[in-house]
Ligand binder design. Structure first.
Ligand SMILES: [Zn+2]
Length: 196
């Protein structure tokens, strides 16, 4: 049974043991596009990825399943080299600000202006803390196929744009620390805004 077959079994719950870590070669591959229309197998996979994010943000479930909290997950992090990602952004009151599974996402337009999180980024596939600004585009327009097999084009900015770019990087074999300035991790280059 391969990784995809395993995680789409009925009642399967993704936990940290399904996640692969830096050093694993799948995290450095360019993932393959999925065929259109998206198969029911891959639609189910998307739902299961989203359930993982929901569990990881739910205090009780996260404790029970020993999950690290996450706002995004990309298929390669489960050793599945396909262009699928899930994003779930919510606040402390559990209001959901953005929830989407994306198949074959692609940035078709982006701003010149860059933005980064003030404390840098982390990743479920990276156990150590790596500090420094991770510059991202402040605004992106993304084209993808959604869970209803419809092509979508949406614009994202600020935090949502940052999360999208972090996850999209996973589909291209890129990890967040690849973007950190090695000599001066907290340097602020031109056009870089710091998101508080
Ligand atoms: Zn990551």
């Amino acid at each position: 049974m391969n990784a995809l077959e395993r995680v789409i079994q009925d009642d399967y719950v993704i936990t940290m043991k399904d996640i692969i870590y830096e050093g694993h070669k799948t995290l450095r591959l360019v993932a393959k596009e999925v065929k259109k229309p998206i198969t029911s197998e891959l639609l189910k996979f998307g739902e299961i990825m989203m359930t993982f994010l929901k569990n990881s943000q739910d205090q009780k479930m996260a404790e029970k399943l020993k999950l690290r909290g996450g706002v995004g997950l990309a298929a390669p992090q489960l050793n599945i080299s396909k262009r699928v990602l899930a994003i779930l952004i919510s606040d402390e009151e559990k209001n959901i600000h953005f929830e989407e599974v994306m198949y074959n996402p692609k940035i078709i337009v982006h701003s010149v202006q860059e933005i980064c999180l003030k404390d840098g980024e982390g990743c479920l596939s990276v156990k150590r803390e790596i500090l420094g600004f991770v510059p991202r585009y402040k605004r992106v327009t993304v084209k993808y196929i959604n869970c209803n097999n419809e092509e979508q084009i949406i614009r994202l900015k600020d935090h949502k744009a940052i999360v999208l770019q972090h996850e999209l990087d996973h589909l291209n074999g890129v990890l967040f620390f690849d973007h950190i300035n090695k000599k001066d991790p907290w340097s602020i280059r031109k056009n870089l805004e710091i998101l508080e």
